[in-house]
Design a protein around this ligand. Structure first.
Ligand SMILES: NC(=O)c1ccc[n+]([C@@H]2O[C@H](COP(=O)([O-])OP(=O)(O)OC[C@H]3O[C@@H](n4cnc5c(N)ncnc54)[C@H](OP(=O)(O)O)[C@@H]3O)[C@@H](O)[C@H]2O)c1
Length: 277
């Protein structure tokens, strides 16, 4: 039986739809911030494969609590991977574009050197390194994760556009929005293809937060002209964000894994689902 962590999160919810027979322990049942309990819980569940969607994803909070972020995103990932390696079972875990410094101008490939831009990125890098020390582990880097089921950037923009006369959105950060239903399906294709090691999976096409907001607001039937572009400097946050974090893959074709659709193709279903929440 497959075990999926983080089943209450955005990506985990997409896996619930695709894997109705998998087991989805709650954070209470399998708490990655308490790694000493991980092995005994896995021994009780006896999974045949592990998909780790759980993570400390509060990027700004990680600046003040890097220790906890590193346990959840690093140490615990290593323990899941160790358990899977001992039993020769597949393990997939997810990482982030924030392992790069964001100073690039060309899509980041799997072989590009990392230089995490913030504490969250450093904590995810620890998880990458620990998981990749086991030959059969699969580490999937993704970016700008959105779904039709949870509060996220698109949901916030739709809410603000419905209630505010004007809003400013950052236009000098470029990345790849990634829709969780597409990512979950592509992850299962990668597992079927026997992929191991590091793999970048994001929806095709790159954009800015401003352009993404405008498109989502238009799709929601709201007035996109009330959205104005702004710079990162105008919207300071505790954790630095990359100005360029477009992900590309030099591996996906060779693996025979069909790529994710263009983000603009998948966005309407996300907006429609969020409109119904
Ligand atoms: N969101 C993004 O923009 C983004 C970008 C790049 C990469 N990623 C990566 O993509 C993956 C999926 O992200 P997502 O957006 O689906 O995350 P999410 O919606 O924030 O969900 C995180 C999940 O992790 C669980 N969790 C948090 N702390 C835990 C702990 N100590 N023990 C066990 N479970 C814990 C949460 O449970 P509760 O519901 O109980 O809190 C939730 O189910 C993560 O690896 C993330 O780092 C995300």
């Amino acid at each position: 039986m497959m075990l999926v962590t983080g089943g209450s999160g955005q990506l985990g919810t997409s896996f619930r739809r695709l894997l109705p027979d998998a087991v989805f322990p709650s954070r209470h049942e399998l708490d990655l911030s308490a790694p000493d309990n991980i092995r005994s819980t896995l021994e009780e569940i006896e999974p045949t494969a592990i998909i780790n969607c759980a993570a400390f994803t509060a990027v700004d909070r990680a600046e003040d609590d890097e220790a906890t972020a590193t346990v959840v995103n690093g140490v615990a990932v290593g323990m899941l991977a160790e358990y899977a390696a001992e039993r020769r079972m597949p393990l997939v875990t997810f990482s982030t574009d924030y392992v790069f410094d964001g100073a690039g101008t060309q899509p980041y490939m799997e072989s590009d050197p990392v230089d995490p831009i913030n504490a969250y990125g450093r904590s995810k890098r620890v998880g990458e390194e620990l998981a990749l020390s086991y030959a059969d582990a699969l580490v999937i880097r993704t970016s700008w994760v959105i779904s039709g089921t949870h509060p996220n950037f698109v949901a916030t923009m739709m809410r603000l556009a419905a209630t505010n006369d004007s809003l400013k959105v950052i236009d000098d950060q470029r990345g790849c929005p990634t829709i969780t239903d597409d990512l979950a399906a592509a992850t299962l294709r990668a597992l079927d293809a026997g992929a191991t090691g590091l793999l970048h999976l994001a929806n095709q096409g790159a954009t800015t937060w401003y352009q993404l907001a405008r498109r989502a607001i238009e799709l929601a039937g709201l007035d996109a002209s009330k959205v104005a572009p702004c710079t990162t400097d105008e919207y300071p946050l505790p954790a630095p964000r990359p100005s360029y974090s477009v992900l590309g893959s030099e591996r996906i074709d060779a693996l025979g894994v069909a790529p994710l659709p263009e983000w603009e193709v998948s966005l309407p279903a996300v907006v429609e689902a969020l409109s119904r929440l």
